[in-house]
Design a protein around this ligand. Structure first.
Ligand code: SAH
Length: 463
């Protein structure tokens, strides 16, 4: 760490900016959020800075910088957009004892200003030591999206309530209270009735949490998506942040698992079609066991939990054990697969319905409405179809499907090793042999021909 991040107390302190143009104004906009006394030293200033001086928000010294101008200043910014002048004023300010920043000149700066996410009093500073401003901006955008705009107000009001909330036992109970406030009841009350509603919300929320004599476990069934962690919903990420226990399937990727709370207990329920597996009944029992112990369980299922995920059995297990549960949907692999080949699942004048089918079920190869699927123009997303591809091919041809019907197999959809294989019904079984990753078979669809499309998508994933 070449630069050490700190938060500087600015109340009553001086910050001096040399320069009167756009670069200076950009810094002033940030500095005006602080409680520092601001001085601008410049021969010429743009009208916006003049207005700020007229409003008394800063002191304008209308001349070139002189020795002593930065005396007693905590920070100094050289923002003249002129290397000779910036070098000169930086030397003067250093002689005056101020810490100096030369705007856009990392090498000659004693400190740098981070990218800032402002939810005052919650402030996030992001720095990359100048290595990747694009990355800093991306992280900033990501955080801005994730932190509700009302967070600052919530934090200010919440801070005053901290000692009252100590009525709750330390640890999970208190964490649950604050989490409810910051991400549930708080934002809801703020959106409905503004800041004034928060005090009352805190009171009733506390009463409610104190009333829960024993922490009740709960289960959130969460869609982990097809693999790319950026395809998780914000709700899924939040649930992972809050989980006490995460029970995950074999197809959930490492990148997604890494987003779980660090203290969470991670349990691999590696269920695998046709292969060695943890029995479904064992998974159901595991969920109930941890829920009864009061844990918040995140049951992570690949793709969307409602698609071929045996969700109903797990929900039934919760219901019969009186464990509350909810579902956070995810992006199913069929969606990721068609996106990867630049096609849609439905298309006007081609197919007005699409079927999600499974290659096998608990009894073996799964029977479908083959007659309907064999019609020209039909589209089906076949899950778990690798082992049953010959069976599917045979059934479809038997019902009159054209052997030249396009079929695309997408292996590892949304992952780095994603691969799309365009084939036809005639050669489907050969095309799946040797595939090792999870694969989705898109019946009735060929990959889009345009090269540019595939390339753009690959690059995005590589980022
Ligand atoms: N609930 C999941 C499906 C679980 S069944 C979902 O909504 O996607 C498991 C099957 O899903 C696999 O056999 C495979 O056909 C498909 N699958 C899951 N992840 C995939 C991926 N990243 N790429 C291609 N197919 C995938």
């Amino acid at each position: 760490m070449k630069y050490f991040p700190i938060f500087l107390a600015t109340e009553g302190r001086r910050i001096v900016v040399s320069g009167g143009g756009e670069a200076a104004l950009a810094k002033l906009r940030l500095l005006l959020k602080t409680e520092a006394r601001l001085s601008v030293v410049a021969n010429e200033v743009i009208p916006e800075i003049e207005d700020l001086a007229a409003q008394g928000r800063l002191t304008l010294i209308r001349r070139a910088m002189e020795p002593g101008d930065a005396l007693c200043a905590a920070l100094f910014y050289a923002a003249n957009d002129d290397d000779t002048e910036d070098a000169r004023v930086t030397r003067l300010a250093q002689a005056d004892g101020a810490l100096t920043n030369w705007v856009d000149n990392l090498e000659h700066s004693q400190f740098i200003t981070p990218a800032i996410v402002d939810r005052d009093p919650v402030t996030v500073a992001i720095g990359t030591e100048g290595a990747a401003p694009v990355l800093a901006r991306a992280i900033k955008a990501d955080l801005e999206e994730r932190l509700p705009a009302s967070l600052g107000v919530l934090a200010r009001v919440g801070k005053a309530f901290r000692s009252v909330a100590e009525a709750l036992p330390m640890g999970r109970a208190r964490r649950a209270f604050w989490s409810d406030y910051y991400f549930g009841a708080g934002p809801a009350a703020f959106d409905a009735a503004g800041e004034d509603a928060l005090a009352e919300t805190l009171d009733s929320l506390l009463a409610q949490h104190l009333g829960q004599t024993e922490q009740r476990g709960r289960v959130t069934f969460v869609g982990a998506g097809p693999g790319d962690p950026e395809l998780l919903t914000l709700k899924a990420r939040r649930a992972l942040h809050e989980a006490d226990v995460v029970i995950y399937d074999r197809l959930v990727t490492q990148e997604v698992l890494e987003l779980a709370r660090r203290e969470a207990l991670m349990i691999d329920a590696g269920k695998e079609g046709f292969g060695p597996s943890v029995a479904q009944s064992d998974i159901d029992a595991l969920i109930v066991l941890h829920a009864r112990a009061g844990a918040h369980i995140v049951r992570l299922k690949s793709g969307d939990p409602t698609v071929f995920g045996r969700l109903d059995e797990e929900m039934d297990a919760c219901a019969s054990a009186d464990v509350p549960f909810s579902i956070i949907p995810g992006i199913t692999s069929a969606s990721a697969a068609v996106a990867s080949i630049g096609q849609s699942l439905t298309k006007r004048d081609r197919n007005s319905s699409v079927r999600f089918v499974t290659g096998h079920d608990m009894k073996g190869y799964a029977e479908q409405d083959w007659r309907a699927l064999a019609q020209p123009g039909q589209v089906a997303a076949i899950y778990m179809g690798k082992k049953s591809s010959r069976f599917v091919q045979g059934r479809l041809m038997m019902h009159g499907a054209d052997a030249s019907t396009p079929v695309t197999i997408v292996e590892n959809a949304s992952r780095r090793d994603q691969r799309a294989i365009g084939t036809t019904l005639a050669t489907l079984p050969d095309a799946v042999t040797g595939l090792t990753g999870p694969a989705l078979i898109l019946l009735g669809l060929a990959p889009r021909a345009a090269e540019t499309f595939a390339q753009t998508y690959e690059e995005e994933i590589a980022l």
